[in-house]
Design a protein around this ligand. Sequence first.
Ligand SMILES: [Fe+2]
Ligand SMILES: [Fe+2]
Length: 293
Amino acid sequence: MESRITFENVREAIEKLPMLSPNVSRLLQIMADEDYELDDVVNIVKYDAALTAKVLKAVNSPVFGLLNPVTSLDRAISYLGKWIVVSIILSDSTGDLFSRPLAGYEGQQNALWRHDLFAAFSSSEVARYAKQSFEKELAFTAGLLHDIGKYVFAPFWKQASGEALGRIEEGSVADYLAAERVLAGLDHAQVGYEMARYWEFPEPLQQAILYHHTPEQAPERFRALAYAAHLGDMCAMMAGCDTGNDGMQYQLDNGYIEYFELTSESLAQILLETEIQFKQAISSLSLEEEVDK
Ligand SMILES: [Fe+2]
Ligand SMILES: [Fe+2]
């Protein structure tokens, strides 16, 4: 048990991370506001030459097959949709954070980035089935960020992770999250919450990150969002888009039925829609990387 982690260890590691650019922080704030408009997003991107170039390159990539090149940012953003724009911007501003291989999880390079993106699309698809009015865009961002804790947690987790699956198998812990807590003292959701607070993410996002595996424990006003991230995460794992040895090693919380009208047909529909959006986003993003090299 010598590999136990403390909140101090985590805070020290977080302080070494690159800061999110003010533009990304503002964009996340805007996404959390129910009344935000496309113009607000355009206004952030347009003053940043590098971001503008990235967005225009993405929209003009062959993936979208547009006959005439798009040269205006307004058109590019309304065409791509705010979600893909946020993904481009986030992948741009966090350096290699999203693409690091996750040693503790035996994850491949980019596995977490792909997992996050898949979860983002499925969380926002899930949001369409909400019983009460619900912000689809916010669900997307919550899905995208739900596992950020793994970036910081993985190096600490390396030593103990070998034991996790054995513990689950023998039934001494309920799932992977519990294994993290028992073997390391903390879990990746708690670490993610610390990161979200450090980067001053809006409160609904902080809470969705903290409770994405235990949504029933989220405060009532954030619970639907936590369930959307929870289900998005599950969909990503069901689609085989996991982050390594923790794939499908978490418990599904059935309390979602109180918040979402989901049947096995709608779930199949969500997976189908997500696959399409995910493939489109992945090709436009990886093309971006190639152009930059
Ligand atoms: Fe997670
Ligand atoms: Fe996840």
